[in-house]
Design a binder for this molecule. Structure first.
Ligand SMILES: O=P(O)(O)OC[C@H]1O[C@H](O[C@H]2O[C@H](CO)[C@@H](O)[C@H](O)[C@H]2O)[C@H](O)[C@@H](O)[C@@H]1O
Length: 281
């Protein structure tokens, strides 16, 4: 494993030693599932279920922390089945959907979700007009219940359409007292307040965890990275993993280790599991 931060190796060794109290948070798209053109056809890497189950057996908890609605992540990831196996080992799997606004656990077995933010329905109804103004009528609109996302990936010039849409969607979000969350060829509009950093902090507090690993690939994961850095500042061991691709890698400079996409993330998690086991012998 090649570490990209000065203290990466030390951080890795510290989370291995703290395994019994370790929470591992992982983003879904781009980290556990390869990026594909059609968001509805994104599936978890075929090796991921087994890797997650093996890892969960060695740590306090594993959490998938995603911008996806929790139910969708459960379906695309086969995560109910993963949760069943994790439960057989006396551990718990968490799925924190919509940037932490939704929560499912393999013990509770139901999605807890707040009401959609005010203004979202009106903004969604305005989208066709906004898309036409940006000459991006063919952009795909993903209605997520608590948020709405506009995808440019399948347009002829995705980057140019993205650049035209971003200011329009930012203004529309502001007019409805909502936030814009930019991502890989997607612009999402959602409620204020919750983000992956808050979700990670809350989980660490609830589980009284004493160490944390977070792996992600996109801008929506930056807040989770910041949370891990803050927790490290308070003395908790932490490790930051960037899942890199040929697209933008906004986390590369912040990470302790950069790996190649979901395959690389799973190799790292396998290594982590082996090192924790070896440390117990
Ligand atoms: O937090 P994540 O698990 O990374 O979810 C973030 C968004 O991911 C999805 O979009 C991204 O993946 C698609 C499938 O690979 C890809 O086509 C798209 O370009 C990416 O932005 C998802 O559709 C969004 O709802 C998530 O918020």
């Amino acid at each position: 494993m090649e570490f990209t931060s000065v203290d990466g190796e030390r951080h890795y060794a510290a989370v291995v030693r703290a395994a019994d109290d370790l929470v591992v948070g992982l983003d879904f798209d781009g980290t556990l599932a390869p990026i594909v053109d059609d968001p509805e056809s994104a599936h978890i890497h075929p090796d991921a279920p087994e890797v997650l189950v093996d890892l969960a057996e060695q740590v306090r908890a594993v959490a998938v922390v995603t911008g996806r609605p929790a139910r969708q992540a459960l379906a695309l990831g086969g995560l109910e089945e993963v949760g069943n196996e994790v439960g057989e080992h006396g551990r718990e799997l968490f799925v924190l959907g919509q940037y932490g606004n939704e929560r499912w656990t393999s013990v509770e077995r139901r999605v807890i979700s707040p009401a959609p933010p005010r203004g979202l329905a009106t903004l969604t109804s305005e989208l066709p007009r906004l898309l036409r103004r940006a000459d991006a009528s063919e952009a795909w609109i993903e209605e997520k219940g608590l948020a709405v996302a506009v995808h440019t990936r399948r347009l002829e010039d995705p980057e140019a359409a993205y650049d035209r849409l971003l200011p329009l969607l930012t203004d529309a979000a502001r007019a409805h007292d909502l936030d814009v969350e930019p991502g890989k060829q997607v612009i999402e509009v959602r409620a204020h307040g919750m983000h992956k950093g808050a979700a990670v902090r809350r989980l660490v507090e609830q589980l009284e965890a004493r160490a944390v690993v977070f792996g992600g690939d996109d801008l929506g994961d930056v807040e989770a990275f910041k949370a891990v850095e803050e927790l490290r500042g308070q003395g908790l061991p932490g490790l930051l993993v960037c899942s890199a691709s040929a697209e933008d890698n906004p986390l590369a400079d912040l990470a302790d280790v950069v790996v190649e996409g979901p395959g690389g993330v799973l190799d790292l998690l396998r290594q982590l599991t082996r090192d924790i086991r070896a440390g117990r012998v």
